[in-house]
Design a protein around this ligand. Structure first.
Ligand code: HEM
Length: 352
């Protein structure tokens, strides 16, 4: 039985509580110390136990030694726990090679090619001017392009222009647009370009395929085209070389668009659909091919756009309205004109 006087002792509360807290703290600290010491000694023991195994691993992987890091730096695989394809490579050396190729070759050469083409076209326009109609318009027109052909042309052309603007933004935007727009606006614009490019690319593939199939029959070269090329397409001298439904230059553009366009499409699809398990290296190669060939195509398209608009009087009318003036048809596609008038059927002309 506890004497009653114990309860009646009037000790201040903190005098009891503080020593109790100190005791608890001391006990828990010493317990933690003991645990740490135990685990350390246990670790020592396990270190000793596994040192043999560890040194054999070190021999295999050169673990954490200079040999190991040299191998990692050279892009060797199998230096990580991961066994997944490509994830077991700590440093992707080919990635750096790709970066250098893209930044030191594709980017600057493309800029020179595009700038050079624009400069040549501008100089040509200033020196030679527009190719005018030699005789006045007759007011009579001939159908040159059906509605479907025009819809096809403008669909593929619009997609081409959007892909050009978005593609060039991805390649060159960071050099001047970022500073001009500020980080936030630039980031949003670049993301929009990337999305537009990625989603419209496959549509362009479809349009291009239909165009190739539909128009190929007009574009096989023949002897008339050789003569057309030898006369520089009429740019040299006064005489206008003969041409059928398509002239040599238009056929050359068709085949360039077909071949280079398909290369751009295939390389674009390789990058667009990484879910087919292609290697990173394949994607990097696809990017370099896609960048260089598309830049070539963009430069050539400048020539096509120039000839179809400012360069030749009346050329845009055909693709806009479907009809051309007889004066234009006689001057630029004389063999086709005669054929349409039922005058002759010459080699290389094809009825539209
Ligand atoms: C013919 C019109 C096209 C042009 C002018 C064009 C141009 C370009 C350019 C200049 C780039 C930037 C390359 C770089 O950043 O290194 C690019 C990237 C790309 N292009 Fe195209 N391209 C065209 C068509 C296509 C098509 C048809 C597809 C797909 C089917 C496609 C898919 C891609 C992809 C996935 C990228 C990488 C975008 C990224 O960095 O995320 N492109 N294109």
């Amino acid at each position: 039985m506890i004497p009653h006087k114990w309860f009646s002792l009037k000790l201040p509360f903190h005098i009891i509580l503080l020593p109790l807290l100190a005791l608890t703290l001391a006990l828990s600290l010493s317990f933690a110390g003991l645990t740490h010491a135990a685990s350390a000694s246990e670790g020592d023991a396990s270190d000793t136990r596994s040192s043999a195994a560890r040194s054999s691993t070190a021999k295999v992987a050169g673990f954490a030694g200079p040999e190991y890091w040299r191998a990692v730096q050279q892009g060797e695989t199998g230096r990580t726990q991961s066994q997944a394809r490509e994830a077991n490579q700590l440093i992707n050396v080919q990635g750096e090679e790709w970066r250098q190729w893209r930044n030191q070759w594709v980017t600057p050469i493309g800029a020179y090619a595009l700038g050079g083409t624009l400069a040549v076209l501008l100089t040509f326009y200033l020196l030679v001017g527009q190719s005018k109609l030699a005789s006045p318009r007759t007011g009579n027109t001939i159908e040159r392009w059906k509605r479907f052909d025009r819809a096809l042309h403008w669909t593929v052309a619009t997609l081409f222009i959007i892909l050009t603007i978005s593609g060039l933004t991805l390649l060159y935007g960071k050099f001047f647009l970022r500073a001009a727009l500020g980080d936030s606006l630039w980031g949003n614009y670049a993301t929009a370009c990337k999305l537009a490019h990625n989603y419209l690319g496959p549509l362009f593939v479809l349009g291009l395929l239909v165009m190739i199939i539909k128009w190929m029959k007009h574009n096989f070269f023949n002897s008339t085209d050789i003569k057309w090329f030898m006369q520089g397409g009429g740019m040299v001298g006064k005489a206008h070389p003969s041409a059928g439904y398509m002239n040599g230059g238009e056929k050359a553009w068709f085949w360039l668009l077909t071949i280079a366009g398909l290369v751009v499409c295939v390389s674009g699809l390789v990058m667009d659909f990484p879910n087919f398990d292609q290697y990173r290296e394949t994607m990097q190669l696809a990017n370099l091919i896609h960048g260089s060939v598309s830049l070539l195509l963009i430069a050539a398209s400048f020539g096509h756009i120039y000839i179809g608009t400012a360069g030749t009087e009346g050329a845009l009318e055909g693709m806009k309205t479907g009809h051309v003036d007889e004066a234009w048809a006689k001057q630029h596609h004389d063999l086709w004109y005669k054929e349409m008038k039922g005058e002759v059927r010459t080699e290389g002309t094809d009825r539209h």
